[in-house]
Design a protein around this ligand. Structure first.
Ligand code: NAD
Length: 318
């Protein structure tokens, strides 16, 4: 795996640092000796994700220019994770989605550039590929966003490209596929499949699958997503759009069955209506980021094992 130690910046801003991925990223940066500033308004984040970590926490919104300016001062790198993160919620709250995912990003880009930050890494999404039946998804495929969430992530990528092309700040956009790992919240109305399945399996309650369960996903362990972020921020000249996934896929039914097997759970699997905006098949081509020198340290199996161990040890994880 490419080294993520000794990043070429001593202070970094993590927007959305109190979230699931953000909390893991903050830990990894601290472990690498980086001073961390977190900007978060706790829209979906939780204080427990940051525990008592030695970070400077700025409680504020990414659309609040003064808060962003305060948070980004002296930062060499910016990891922009804060967003309206849910596809179903974005279908209901389009304007809020645009405000947070586009206007908020623009404020962060402008303030990061003005503060002299060298690099901004945007958390983008595989949702951009939409329902194009072609797999694996390559970065040069024509985007087909199907939700306000995906449209705003694509907009964000274009703004990042614009800021890089005009020399204001170097940017890299990482299109995460389906991220899973410890501390992912199974309780929100829009929670992801893996933590819900694990929690239900551990409690012996029914597991609900939206649709027939034949939809496929490329699940990627959160620590690999974090390492990809630090790699992108640390690699001068690495700019543009990169998939972050393993290049494999499993059906939702398979992942539910694997979790049931590994937990020894007796839950039954139930089916509910397909959710609006959900895509059918999703699998990354992971070649571009690998060619740039990055490789994952985990697999679906090892990541799932670490995740299950964590949930077992934290019966009430949120
Ligand atoms: N989890 C995944 O599978 C996945 C997949 C693709 C992309 N992403 C992207 O990765 C990023 C992190 O996702 P996550 O899964 O950790 O979600 P999360 O909800 O746990 O984290 C998002 C964080 O952003 C904060 N936030 C939201 N709006 C804000 C605002 N206006 N101002 C300041 N802070 C705000 C939240 O409070 C939260 O702490 C997001 O940009 C998301 O779109 C996640």
């Amino acid at each position: 795996m490419a080294s993520v130690s000794l990043p070429p910046f001593s202070r970094a801003l993590v927007t959305g640092g109190a979230g699931f991925i953000g909390g893991h990223l903050v830990r990894a940066l601290l472990d690498a000796g980086v001073e961390v500033v977190v900007l978060d308004n706790f829209r979906t984040g939780r204080a427990s994700n940051l525990e008592d970590l030695p970070v400077r926490l700025v409680r504020g919104c990414i659309t609040d220019r003064a808060a962003v300016r305060d948070a980004v001062a002296g930062c060499g790198a910016v990891f922009h994770l804060a967003a309206l993160v849910s596809v179903p919620e974005s279908m209901e709250r389009i304007h809020e989605c645009v405000s947070l995912n586009v206007t908020g990003l623009l404020v962060v880009l402008e303030e990061a550039a003005a503060a002299g930050a060298r690099k901004l890494v945007l958390s983008s999404s595989a949702a951009i590929y939409g329902d194009d039946p072609e797999v694996p998804k390559r970065e040069d495929m024509r985007p087909a966003p199907k939700s306000p969430y995906a449209i705003t992530k694509l907009d964000g990528e274009y703004y990042c490209a614009l800021f890089a092309a005009t020399g204001r700040i170097e940017t890299a956009c990482l299109r995460y596929f389906n991220v899973f790992g410890p501390r992912q919240d199974p309780r929100s109305a829009y929670a992801a499949a893996v933590p819900i399945f694990i929690r239900r399996a551990l409690e012996g309650r029914p597991i609900t699958i939206f649709g027939d369960g034949g939809q496929t996903r490329d699940f990627v362990f959160v620590k690999d997503v974090v390492a990809a972020n630090i790699f992108a921020a640390s690699t001068a000249g690495l700019t543009g759009v990169f998939n972050v996934g393993y290049g494999g896929s499993v059906t939702i039914r398979e992942i539910a069955e694997r979790i049931l097997t590994q937990t020894g759970g007796a839950s039954v699997i139930e089916h509910a209506d397909t959710r609006p905006g959900d895509v059918r098949h999703s699998r990354a081509s992971a070649d571009k980021l690998r060619a740039a020198g990055w490789a994952p340290a985990y697999t679906l199996e090892s990541g799932l094992a670490e995740t299950l161990a964590w949930y077992r040890a934290h019966a009430d994880p949120v």
